[in-house]
Design a protein around this ligand. Structure first.
Ligand SMILES: [Zn+2]
Ligand SMILES: [Zn+2]
Ligand SMILES: [Zn+2]
Length: 146
């Protein structure tokens, strides 16, 4: 037998796996099905309160990951001072589409702050999705020696 549950929102009876897990409740599932939950989530983030929550979340993230912010600042600074060319001067390292970002291929620690490769937005997203340390390509290739 498959366990089912009635969604408190759309009132449909659906299999339990259509409900997200929620530790605090008795049957271990949310009262709203995934579809309704997603819909509510989407609406929430369009409200002022929701938008404020996003900003607060980003701020928390920045505080939690200071290395990342510093690494980004280092890149911005390097571009401003001419040590790095703007990304628009390059094609993406992976697919040669116009580059839009610099990717920190070896992480955000101090010694790797300028260890970057130009990437397009799409590949950049892919890289982080896979959180790939896949290719350690030649370091600081794009950095001018001063
Ligand atoms: Zn529902
Ligand atoms: Zn690309
Ligand atoms: Zn990156």
């Amino acid at each position: 037998m498959t366990a089912t549950k009635r969604c408190s929102k759309c009132k449909e009876i659906k299999p339990l796996e259509k409900f997200s897990r929620e530790k605090r409740v008795q049957d271990g599932r949310r009262s709203e099905c995934k579809i309704c939950f997603r819909e509510r989530d989407r609406r929430y983030y369009q409200t002022e309160k929701g938008k404020a929550a996003i900003i607060a979340g980003e701020k928390r993230y920045r505080l939690k990951h200071p290395e990342k912010r510093k690494a980004r600042n280092a890149v911005t600074h390097a571009i401003e001072t001419g040590r790095l060319l703007p990304t628009s001067s390059f094609g993406c390292y992976y697919c040669s589409a116009p580059a839009q970002h610099y990717h920190h291929q070896n992480g955000y620690t101090e010694e790797h702050r300028l260890d970057v490769v130009p990437v397009c937005r799409k590949c950049h997203k892919e890289i982080h999705k896979k959180s790939a340390k896949r290719r350690m390509i030649c370091q600081q290739k794009y950095l001018f020696v001063m």
